[in-house]
Write a protein that binds this ligand. Structure first.
Ligand SMILES: [Zn+2]
Length: 121
């Protein structure tokens, strides 16, 4: 099954996102805010956001996507080219990645089994 870039990005976002927030500045410097809940902001804060021509008003909570040490706003486009590169790598090497994760899992089990067992009281 071949997914479109949009479908792949939706899955990637779901896998690497954190819960929403009222206002977030993306790693690229653009600030996004949830304009549907002005009561969630301090009065001067929402005033400044509304008058910031570079701030982007959304009508939903600001979702954060985190990867490679960056915090990106899901609605921003700045991270999507890099995410598609990662998605293509993951998709092209899915069996090797699964083997790698399974090998790490086995190593962790071996380490755990090597620990002395402590009797509970
Ligand atoms: Zn951005």
């Amino acid at each position: 099954m071949v997914l479109s870039d949009q479908e792949s990005l939706k899955i990637f976002t779901s896998a690497f996102s954190d819960s929403g927030s009222c206002s977030v500045t993306c790693s690229c410097g653009t600030t996004f805010y949830d304009a549907s809940k002005p009561g969630a902001f301090e009065e001067d804060e929402i005033y400044q956001l509304r008058h910031n021509v570079e701030a982007v008003a959304l009508q939903w909570p600001v979702e954060i996507v985190e990867f490679e040490g960056g915090y990106f706003v899901a609605d921003c486009d700045c991270w999507k080219t890099r995410a598609l590169q990662l998605i293509n790598f993951i998709d092209a090497h899915d069996h090797k990645i699964a083997a790698y994760l399974n090998a790490r899992r086995e190593a962790a089990f071996a380490d755990a089994k090597a620990l002395p067992e402590v009797a509970s009281a």
